[in-house]
Design a protein around this ligand. Structure first.
Ligand code: NAP
Length: 310
């Protein structure tokens, strides 16, 4: 099936849905492509405390449901197909899925990011058998058990805090001698008696029979290895952007995040990027929402010209 449209929005996390809402309000003719459920990383989070006006402790799943409801109210029906490839053709973007080919006069990329892997022996073998990337998804399976979380950023600390309410003991393993997580999260961790931080340490190997049983840890200063017994390992070391389909089309940084200007415009005049797939200092729901809106209005200006009050 071949279709030509004004705008393709790829991805329906917070950034993509925000772009869709603003594109709808601007009267653009667009398609929203999302192979998975609506909500992106909201689907893997427990609660949202830092979105102005939502209150503290808002369930992330409820927000994801609200995004879906919004699309439904606006009669925006996502195409539930994965984009398999894309190419520029005569100042338009040709987007292929397994089912169709869409030729878009403009495109907003809101494909988000996925969890980074440790890339150590045993990680792949024990994935789903003790190795996890999502405490909210898998924490329940480690009730009253001993687990480790790797990482020193906000995600790792949030995972450790979440697991501390389920597990007997949580070790937070970090390769440096201080965490990079925001101060209030660090304070919360220090108040948890069953979280212990192991600094200056990396995981070298994950071992076990059917499930994870031990880790081989290495002290980064002395290089001394030691065997460490755990029932599970949660990896929270950052994210990798889902931008493979745009490789060679738009300019990216070394890690693959799409470089844009403040209007969310990429190196291609008719392609914008927003949310976690974009090179930016702050990766938050609130910034994803605002970037989605900005990208949609930028697309409108490109397609129709002039100013719009959304
Ligand atoms: P991050 O801030 O990039 O932190 C990644 C952590 O993992 C760093 O401490 C890093 O160590 C460590 N690391 C990276 N590769 C490693 C490896 N191969 N082995 C061992 N450790 C490794 O990632 P994040 O915590 O996932 O956060 C991603 C973004 O989402 C950030 O912008 C963050 O602020 C945001 N976020 C915000 C919240 C919130 O506001 N509540 C919650 C979650 C995430 P180094 O310190 O040595 O680099």
């Amino acid at each position: 099936m071949n279709q030509t449209i004004e705008l393709a929005i790829i991805g329906a996390g917070v950034a993509g849905v925000s772009a869709a809402v603003y594109a709808h309000r601007a009267g653009l003719q667009f398609s929203l492509l999302e192979p998975h459920a609506i909500g992106g990383q909201l689907l893997l989070m427990e609660r949202v405390d830092n979105y102005p006006g939502l209150g503290v402790g808002t369930q992330a799943r409820v927000l994801a449901e609200n995004l879906e409801k919004t699309l439904s109210i606006l009669h925006i029906e996502p195409i539930q197909e994965a984009v398999t490839s894309a190419a520029i053709e005569k100042n338009q973007l040709r987007i292929n899925t397994d089912e169709r080919c869409i030729v878009a006069k403009s495109a907003i990329v809101a494909t988000g990011a996925s969890f980074k892997k440790l890339a150590v022996e045993g990680e792949e073998d024990f994935s789903g058998r003790g190795v996890s990337y999502c405490a909210i998804c898998d924490g329940f399976f480690f009730k009253n058990k001993v687990v480790a979380v790797v990482g020193g950023g906000n995600s790792a600390v949030e995972e450790a805090l979440y697991l501390s309410n389920i597990c007997k003991k949580v070790y937070l393993i970090h390769r440096r001698d201080n965490l990079r997580a925001i101060a209030y999260l660090q304070k919360e961790v220090s108040g948890k008696s069953n979280i212990e931080i192991i600094f200056n340490t990396v995981v070298r190997r994950i071992q076990g029979k059917d499930f994870v049983e031990t880790l081989i840890l290495e002290d980064v200063k002395t290089h001394a290895p030691r065997e460490f017994a755990v029932n599970g390992l949660f990896v929270a070391i950052g994210v990798t952007p889902a931008t493979e389909i745009l490789r060679g089309i738009v300019t990216m940084d070394e890690a693959g995040f799409i470089i844009t200007n403040e209007e969310m415009n990429s190196s291609v005049p008719f392609i914008w990027a927003c949310g976690d797939c974009r090179n930016r200092p702050l990766r938050q729901l609130i910034t994803a929402a605002s970037e989605g809106a900005t990208a949609a209005i930028s697309a409108y200006k490109y397609l129709k010209g002039g100013y719009i009050s959304a």
